[in-house]
Design a protein around this ligand. Sequence first.
Ligand code: ASP
Ligand code: MG
Length: 406
Amino acid sequence: MKFGGTSMAGIERIRHVAALVKREADRGNQVAVVVSAMAGETDRLVQMCREAAPLYDPREYDVVVASGEQVTSGLLAITLTGMGLNARSYMGWQLPIRASGHSSALIDHIEASILEGVFEKGGIAVIPGFQGVTPEGDLATLGRGGSDTSAVALAVAVEADRCDIYTDVEGVFTTDPRIVPRARKLEAITYEEMLELASVGAKVLQTRSVGLAMRYNMPLQVLSSFEDQPGTLIVGDEKIEELHMERQLVTGIAHDKNEARITLTGLPDKPGTVAAIFAPLAEANVNVDMIVQSGRAGETSDLTFTVPTAALAHSVAALEKAKAAIGFAAIVTDTNVVKISAVGIGMRSNAGIAAKMFETLAERGINILAISTSEIKVSVLVPEDYTELAVRVLHTAFGLDAKEAA
Ligand code: ASP
Ligand code: MG
């Protein structure tokens, strides 16, 4: 069981978490609990590091920011013990959770023997998320949101049946319920779909944790600690078949406003032009996403692509610097765009998803500025003003609407 920051924010909530842990233990399950710091605490600690010195030492940053989880794991163990349960906290260095690097360390190995011993004696282990220990014996933290990854890695190490991630949302939804009141909570979704949805803006779990779960085929469940209801299972393809879950062509519609469009006009039609554009962007560490080129052979052409909004200024500067080498006429930029994506493994065996998406948007007069696709995703770039409308009509067109608004 893993509990996020809002679930751990204060003694009252920790008591509620303890009740959920007790219930699981009473059912006869062996339980390890991974906790986050109280909501807002890690931000506060990071801020203090910055104030102390803008160029802080990452080793010392880890010492500071790992403390939030140390507090909550101790408090939960105290609370469980007070309820008569045999619970103890185990810091990352005690298990140990071996990791390398600082401030966004990678987990190398988790020693399961202590935990197995705890389980054998009917005990409950409480483990601070987000932290590990380096080969030098230093504290290491796993990057923001890293407690999800701690939980999945621990579940894999003890060969758990499942990793339940308790958070402040009820599960994974077909789309953002704030935009579409008829969004539905999904019973189940595959790892791949979850990764695609995360990459296009629907963030519930740290992406790394989903990749890790997929690698080891560890079933995840995302559920709310505030509501007593099953959440969303995140599992492999075969498991969804096994569970006879309903299959839809499209599983979810995501949107991402964090994209900006760049168009270069009047490009020479010759080998090397595109390379001359993207090499300086790669050098500036800019992640280019959608790319569209248009023009006729022998004439000049235009190239449109998207970059993260935060990287727009850097990108334009890098392109201006390379203007002579590229040979474009003008740079046009636009931040009032949104990327809308339809994601679903059903697309693999079904042609026509992209066509249906384009038709649905055309019927509403929504202009498509760029397109990109993967095996299980179709993304379109449209003017930002159309975000709500586009998400809503696609949600309906792909049969995702709930019968009643939530
Ligand atoms: N407390 C850490 C953070 O806020 C890790 C986590 O909660 O996942 O990033
Ligand atoms: Mg989190």
